[in-house]
Ligand binder design. Structure first.
Ligand code: ZN
Length: 141
């Protein structure tokens, strides 16, 4: 890897996502892990972090069924009749990450249980008028 690729930036984080890698940053000072990766540790605030690849496994910590979404989700085809589930996932490595939860019954969120084991799912999506990008999603194992 070149120095540029090694640098912790949003672009490099997204580049890893496009390669199917969920990357965090691990603090060399206190060991804290942040996802998405960041240059400065969110715990001790020291700019001494390095890339660490996540297993992509975790459990559902919280979720919400969204019936009126952002314009971005509306463009993806979600609406009042077709809601989507937004979730907070606690990764096995400790950090929390927010993402869409798929593979569940969006119309019956009462059936979705906090604590459900999930794994990451990368999806290349193209939304009209926007550049193709990788969406970070999770689904029940
Ligand atoms: Zn730290």
């Amino acid at each position: 890897m070149s120095e540029n690729e090694n640098e912790i930036t949003v672009n490099n984080y997204l580049k890893y996502l496009s390669e199917g890698k969920l990357m965090g940053s691990k603090c060399k000072n206190c060991g804290h892990i942040d996802v998405p990766a960041r240059k400065m540790c969110s715990k001790c605030l020291k700019p001494e972090t390095e890339w660490i690849e996540m297993s992509g496994k975790g459990k559902l910590a919280a979720f919400s069924s969204i019936h009126v979404g952002t314009p971005y989700f509306e463009k993806k085809g979600y609406n009042r009749k077709k809601p989507y589930v937004f979730s907070i996932i606690e990764l096995d490595e400790g950090p929390m990450v927010s993402a869409q939860l798929v593979g569940v019954d969006e119309l019956h969120p009462e059936l979705i249980k906090v604590g459900t084991p999930v794994k990451v799912k990368f999806l290349n999506i193209k939304v009209e008028g926007l550049p193709e990008k990788v969406d970070l999603r999770f689904e029940p194992v």
